[in-house]
Structure formats: structure tokens, C-alpha cells
Design a binder for this molecule. Structure first.
Ligand code: ASP
Length: 347
């Protein structure tokens, strides 16, 4: 008898603990939602014309509304993420697809990744030079191959076999990005002796950099989270450098149990910090809220390491978070009531 009542008491305690915890994180705030970024960095109002600001905001709005409409009509988060990112890939305003930054060799090498929070399936591509939509290719790697990441020529061959749109490498050219490369090359020639070049150069350039990577996280009406990121990487990159954007767990992560994340910033630090996965892990193992986890990872851990940039994140209950340690981040979100938020600078 004693044993039975002890067992019942233990069950009651266990049950009440579980329900308290569940209550903390289970409040659904949105049945569906979407959040995007167009890169973070030294984005200052004093350096921006009103016209440029309008242009960025209009493109962010156009992109997010595409994904929002898909979600509102009962479409999948996967579809919403692909279509939203494609709008930004096609815009020369962002460092992804057309408008990608240039490598040291004067080429464009594109990286992208995608993750499905329901299955934990993922796809990624790195160093792609002739595929119009790297995010579409990343999703194809996930759905049509047994691999997670393909790179360079192989990725391009796969894209051709799967019938994806191939473009001339010149499709990605924009004068603005080419001029950025030329400016860096000039400084490289005049300012530094060769051994110091790479480090110092990366340094001085990165501190003033405007990371223009694009990313999107969506939650659909079925409770599925998807996240995707697409980028040209960093200006003047060489030796086949690959950043965080195609690394699952750094640039992109999604898990229906916790959240979805897309990152932008100085990729090397995001890889070393496993930014996207760390946010999800803190929610899963430490029962943190999305806001607590994104704040800790960006403002505390990434910042201490010396990394700059930010994330957009969205949890299973439709909570959303923009978190960055730079002067600005192009960003937007929409909740299930259609409330639109678009911001550029820190507030
Ligand atoms: N994270 C990207 C990279 O390191 C750059 C960016 O976000 O703009 O390649």
C-alpha cells in the first residue's frame, strides 16, 4: 500500500513539473509566420539615401509577401522559403544570386542551404558558379540525392541533370559589387606587405562590411518549420573559401521541436560558434525561450568570440526574433494576422 501511494505521489509531482514547463513554452502565438533577412553589417542611416532605403524596403516587402501568401493559402513552409529567397536572389540589391560579391579571382561563387524541421532533412551547395537559384539547388540536393552537400562543378552537373536553370556566370555580375572588389584590390596593393595582406585586409574590410546574404524561416499551418540561406559569401574570398551559409547548424537550422534559424555575418565565426544549432539546442536542452537563446548566442557567445552579424529565428509557436550585433540588418517579418514589420537599423 505504502509503495502504491509513493508511486502515485511521484507521478503527481512529475506530472505537475511537466505541465509547468510545458506552459512556459507552449503558448501558440501564430498559426503560421515568416521572417527574413537581407544581410547585416555596418548599415547606417547617415550613409543611406532615402531612395535606396525605399528600394530595400520595397524588395523585402515583395519577398516576404510571396512567402506569406503561400503560407496563408495552406502551402508548405518549404515552398514559402524557396519562393521568398528567390525574389531576393534575383534582386541585385542583395549578396545572393544576381548581385553576389566577387571572389579575389573576379568570379562569383555561390553558397546556399535549406533544412526541413519536420524530417531534419537538409541540402546544401557551395562554390556554385552557374546555377541561377542556389536555394533551389540546395533543396534539390535534399530531395533528389542521398547527400547533404555538393560543391563546385559536381553541384553544377547535378543541377543540369535535374533540369535546373543554368546561366552564364556573367548573369551574376553587377557593377557595384565589382567596384567593391576593385577597391579592396587597390588597398591590398598599396597598404600592406604580402604576408599581412589576407588577415589585415579581411579585417579592415569586414569591420565595414555590409553582409548581404539572404535568409528566410517559415512556419506553416501544419506546424512545420523550414529555413534557408543563400549568399555570394564575402568579397575577395579566395582558395575556394566557404562560409557558414551552406553549413547546416551554422548558417541554417530547423527543427519542429524548437525553431528555425538563418544567419548572416562573418561566416568563420558563425561556423566556429555553430550559431543556428546552438540556438535550437539551448531551447531543447535548457528550455530557453527563442528570445533568450538568440540573445545569448549572438550578444554573448558570438560577440565574445569577435564575430559580427545576426540571425532571424522563428519558433514552433510562431514567436519571432531578429538578433544582431552590427549597426543594422535588413529584415522583415509577418505574423498570421498579416502584420508586417520591416526594419533596417538598430533601434
Ligand atoms: N555569412 C556569409 C559568409 O560568411 C556572408 C554574409 O552573411 O553576408 O559567407
Amino acid at each position: 500500500m505504502k509503495k502504491i501511494s509513493f508511486f502515485l505521489m511521484a507521478c503527481t509531482i512529475l506530472f505537475s513539473c511537466t505541465t509547468t514547463e510545458t506552459k512556459k513554452t507552449e503558448k501558440k502565438v501564430n498559426d503560421f509566420a515568416i521572417i527574413i533577412h537581407g544581410g547585416a553589417g555596418t548599415i547606417l542611416k547617415k550613409n543611406m539615401t532615402e531612395e535606396k532605403e525605399k528600394e530595400y524596403k520595397a524588395k523585402l516587402e515583395e519577398a516576404i509577401r510571396v512567402g506569406y501568401t503561400i503560407l496563408q493559402n495552406g502551402g508548405t513552409s518549404q515552398d514559402a522559403v524557396i519562393k521568398t529567397i528567390q525574389v531576393m536572389e534575383e534582386s541585385p540589391l542583395f549578396n545572393a544570386g544576381k548581385g553576389a560579391v566577387f571572389t579575389n579571382a573576379g568570379t562569383n561563387e555561390l553558397d546556399a542551404s535549406f533544412m526541413d524541421g519536420k524530417t531534419l532533412n537538409a541540402g546544401a551547395v557551395a562554390g556554385v558558379t552557374d546555377v541561377k537559384s542556389p536555394i533551389e539547388l540546395a533543396v534539390k540536393v535534399m530531395t533528389d540525392s542521398e547527400h547533404v552537400m555538393l560543391s563546385g562543378k559536381g553541384a553544377s552537373t547535378f543541377a543540369k541533370e535535374k533540369g535546373l536553370e543554368i546561366v552564364e556566370p556573367s548573369y551574376f555580375y553587377t557593377e557595384r559589387r565589382f567596384k567593391s572588389l576593385e577597391r579592396i584590390r587597390e588597398r591590398e596593393k598599396t597598404e600592406l606587405d604580402h604576408d599581412d595582406k589576407t588577415a589585415a585586409f579581411y579585417d579592415s574590410d569586414i569591420k565595414n562590411a555590409k553582409f548581404g546574404t539572404v535568409g528566410c524561416v517559415a512556419l506553416d499551418k501544419n506546424g512545420n518549420i523550414a529555413a534557408g540561406t543563400s549568399t555570394g559569401g564575402m568579397t575577395n574570398k579566395r582558395w575556394g573559401r566557404i562560409g557558414d551559409a551552406p553549413i547546416i547548424g551554422s548558417g541554417t537550422y530547423a527543427n519542429n521541436k524548437t525553431c528555425g534559424v538563418s544567419s548572416t555575418g562573418w561566416g568563420e565565426y558563425f561556423i566556429r560558434s555553430q550559431v543556428a544549432y546552438d540556438i535550437s539546442a539551448q531551447m531543447e536542452y535548457q528550455n530557453k525561450t527563442l528570445k533568450e537563446a538568440t540573445t545569448d548566442v549572438i550578444q554573448n557567445k558570438l560577440t565574445k568570440l569577435g564575430g559580427t552579424g545576426g540571425v532571424v529565428a522563428l519558433d514552433k509557436n510562431g514567436n519571432m526574433s531578429f538578433e544582431f550585433n552590427t549597426a543594422g540588418m535588413y529584415r522583415a517579418s509577418m505574423d498570421d494576422d498579416g502584420n508586417l514589420v520591416i526594419k533596417i537599423y538598430k533601434e
